[in-house]
Design a protein around this ligand. Structure first.
Ligand SMILES: NC(=O)c1ccc[n+]([C@@H]2O[C@H](COP(=O)([O-])OP(=O)(O)OC[C@H]3O[C@@H](n4cnc5c(N)ncnc54)[C@H](O)[C@@H]3O)[C@@H](O)[C@H]2O)c1
Ligand SMILES: NC(=O)c1ccc[n+]([C@@H]2O[C@H](COP(=O)([O-])OP(=O)(O)OC[C@H]3O[C@@H](n4cnc5c(N)ncnc54)[C@H](O)[C@@H]3O)[C@@H](O)[C@H]2O)c1
Lengths: 207, 207
C-alpha cells in the first residue's frame, strides 16, 4: 500500500515538472526535483519507485515523460461525478468552490430534505429530494458523495450513498461514519482545528 | 513541547470524564479512560503526565478533579475574540457555524474589501472595511483571525492581522503564509483532500 504522504508529494512533483515543461526544460534530476520542495534526492526516487522505473539512472528524468506518467497515476485526465448532500450554509459555499473543477471533479447533483429548497437551482445545479438520491446517483454514475448535513443525519446519508454505489465520501459533519470496507471516507473536522487553536490561545508561547 | 496528538486526546479524555461525572461516577482508572477510546493505560498516563501529577497510583483519578484540571488546561473556561476576513461563500458559512461558540470562540468582527458588503449585517455581525481592521482588532482584543479570501489576498491579510496583534490564524486560502515565529497558523487545505480523493477514485481498490 502506497503511503498518503507519497501521493501528496506526487502532486507536488507534477506541479514542478509542469512548470519545467512550460520553460522547455528537457531533463530534471531527482535532486533538482526535490531541492525546490526541501526534499532529498533519495526521497524523490523512493516516491517514484512505487510506480515502476521512471528515469535512466545518472541522467535524470525526461520532463515530458515524467509529466505524462504522473498525470496518469494521479488521474489528471479523468473526471468524476460528484454529489453534495445538504445545501445549507456549507453546502452552498461548496457548490460555489472552484477547487473541484481543478481536480476533475464535476458537481452534477445536490440533495436536501428541506421542501423549501427542493426544485431550486444553486450555482447551476438543481436541488433534488433525498428520496430520489439512490436512483440519481446510479443514473449519473456518481462516485464521490460530500456530506454537509448536521451530525444526526450524517450516518443515514452515508448509508444511502454507499448503497447507491459511491466509492468515496468527503464528510464535513462532526460524526464518525461506519461504511463498508471498500468505501474511503475523508473527514474534514473543523472542530478539531478549533480545539488546537483554543488550546494554543490559552497556553500560547509567552512572547 | 507537548505533541499535538496528546492535546487532541486530552479533549477526548475531557469528553469522557464529563460523561462519567454526569453518571455520578467518583473514580476512573487510566485503563478505563483509555478503553473506550481504544487506547492503552500507558498512553493515558503518558499524556496526562505532561501536565503534572493527576491521580494517586493504584486508585485511579478522581473524576471531578480530573475534569476541572483538564478544563483549565484546555482553556474551557476562557473565551477568545475572533475575526473573519472575507465574507463571501465560505466566510458567510463560517459566520453561521455553531462550532465556534462550543470552543469559547466569539465571532466579534467581520471584514471585507467589497463596498457592496461593507456596512451590512451577517449573522448579527457588521461587515467592516479592511482599512479599519488594525484598529478594530486592537480595540476588541481579537486573538484569532480567520482568512476566507482568495489566495492572492491572503498574505496581505495575514500581515495586517499579525501587525494588529493576533496570536493565531486559521487559513482557508490555498496559500502558504509567512508569519512571525510566535504566531501559529493552521491551514485547512481542501484541495489536498480533493487530491487524495481523486487519486483514490482513479486507483481505488478494485471491488
Ligand atoms: N457552516 C460551516 O462553516 C461549517 C463548517 C464546518 C463544518 N460544518 C458542518 O457541516 C454541516 C452543515 O452545516 P451548515 O452550517 O451548512 O448547516 P445548515 O443547517 O445551514 O445546513 C444543513 C442542510 O442540510 C439539510 N439536511 C438536514 N438533514 C438532511 C438529510 N438527512 N439529508 C439531506 N439534507 C439534510 C438541511 O435541510 C440544510 O439545508 C454540519 O454538520 C456542520 O457541523 C459546517
Ligand atoms: N467556497 C468554499 O467552499 C471553499 C472551500 C475551501 C476553501 N475555500 C477558499 O476560501 C477562500 C474564499 O472562498 P469563497 O468561495 O468564499 O470566495 P468568494 O469569492 O465567495 O469570497 C471571497 C470574499 O473575500 C473578499 N476579499 C477579497 N480580497 C480581500 C481582501 N484582501 N481582504 C478582505 N476581503 C477580501 C471578497 O470581497 C469576497 O467577499 C478562497 O481562498 C477559497 O479557495 C473556499
Amino acid at each position: 500500500k502506497i503511503p498518503e504522504t507519497t501521493i501528496s508529494r506526487l502532486f507536488l512533483y507534477l506541479r514542478k515538472v509542469t512548470e519545467l515543461s512550460k520553460l522547455s526544460m528537457k531533463r530534471v534530476s531527482s535532486a533538482e526535483l526535490g531541492e525546490s520542495l526541501n526534499l532529498g534526492a533519495a526521497q524523490v526516487r523512493k516516491d517514484l519507485g512505487y510506480f515502476g522505473q521512471f528515469g535512466v539512472s545518472g541522467s535524470g528524468y525526461v520532463v515530458t515523460e515524467l509529466k505524462e506518467k504522473l498525470s496518469k497515476i494521479l488521474s489528471k485526465h479523468k473526471t468524476f461525478n460528484v454529489a453534495i448532500v445538504g445545501t445549507g450554509h456549507l453546502g452552498s459555499a461548496l457548490l460555489a468552490y472552484s477547487g473541484f473543477e481543478k481536480q476533475g471533479l464535476n458537481l452534477v447533483a445536490a440533495f436536501d430534505t428541506d421542501v423549501n429548497k427542493i426544485g431550486k437551482q444553486l450555482q447551476g445545479v438543481e436541488i433534488e429530494s433525498v428520496s430520489d438520491m439512490k436512483d440519481i446517483i446510479k443514473e449519473k454514475k456518481i462516485l464521490l458523495g460530500i456530506i454537509a448535513v448536521p451530525a444526526k443525519g450524517a450516518q443515514d446519508v452515508a448509508d444511502i450513498l454507499t448503497n447507491a454505489g459511491v466509492k468515496c465520501i468527503l464528510n464535513f459533519a462532526p460524526k464518525h461514519l461506519n461504511v463498508p470496507e471498500e468505501v474511503k471516507v475523508r473527514d474534514v473536522d473543523l472542530s478539531r482545528e478549533l480545539e488546537m487553536l483554543s488550546y494554543f490561545l490559552g497556553n500560547g508561547k509567552k512572547v
